[in-house]
Design a protein around this ligand. Structure first.
Ligand code: C5P
Length: 231
């Protein structure tokens, strides 16, 4: 069978990263976290440019020494040989990432890198090396980066479920004050992101999976069911 490309988009806290990783692992596919690429671009821009200077940020991202690890069991992010997997998840980076992601030249450059990775994992080279394909997740994979993907899923969840999940992830708790502290990182960021990417409503041909009332395993199974239908 020829390699498969699975595109998964969704808002923050929808569970798309953990679900995408599990789907990739289950099917023996590579895994690409495009959000991690925007986060790495933010770290690199903070280190080598002035975030307020769009042209400087574009130039910085154009020479960013980024290497993405595609193993779903241990996806890596390296900048200039440095492991930045933890740095890219800090509050400071999360707060700044939407600004960098709203730069259309940055988006064009990251789309080019993402497309190259997807082609490498699904094209002739992959066929020759026995590669089975890739799961790529983010905000604009089903619409812009891989509208031609074999499987396209929009993973959504209620605002309440998304706040609770992100709060547990970041603070290890989901009481009122922890949830409140997560609001900027979830709701404000989604609002800013929605200005440049369309991930709140499914585009034509994209299957919506609502995980509000599903646990993790059920969500993975729901996505696997979509994959099974289409491939
Ligand atoms: O998914 P994650 O929360 O790691 O994404 C971080 C940020 O990267 C998002 O808030 C958004 O600004 C940006 N992003 C994007 N397009 C994608 C993936 C992420 O603009 N395909």
């Amino acid at each position: 069978t020829s390699p498969v490309v699975i595109a998964i988009d969704g808002p923050s806290g929808s569970g798309k990263s953990s679900v995408s990783k599990a789907v990739a692992a289950r099917l023996g596919l590579a895994y690409l976290d495009t959000g991690a690429m925007y986060r790495a671009a933010t770290v690199w821009s903070m280190e080598t440019a002035d975030l307020a200077d769009a042209a400087a940020v574009t130039a910085a991202v154009g020479v960013m020494p980024l290497v993405m690890g595609l193993d779903p069991e241990a996806p890596g992010v390296e900048l200039d040989g440095r492991d930045v997997a933890e740095v890219i998840r800090t509050t400071e980076v999360t707060t700044n990432v939407s600004k960098v992601a709203s730069n259309l030249d940055v988006r064009a450059e990251l789309k080019r890198l993402q497309r190259a990775i997807i082609d490498q994992e699904s094209g002739p080279a992959a066929v020759q090396s026995g590669g089975r394909g890739i799961v790529a997740e983010g905000r604009d994979i089903t619409t812009v980066v891989a509208p031609d993907a074999d499987v396209r899923v929009l993973l959504i969840a209620s605002e309440e479920a998304r706040l609770r999940r992100r709060s547990l992830e970041v603070h290890g708790a989901a009481d009122a004050s922890a949830v409140e502290a997560t609001k900027d990182q979830v709701l404000r960021r989604d609002q800013d992101d929605a200005k440049v990417t369309q991930f709140l409503v499914a585009a034509d041909g994209v299957v919506t999976v609502d995980s509000s009332d599903l646990d993790f395993e059920q969500t993975v199974d729901a996505v696997l069911a979509v994959v099974a239908q289409v491939t």
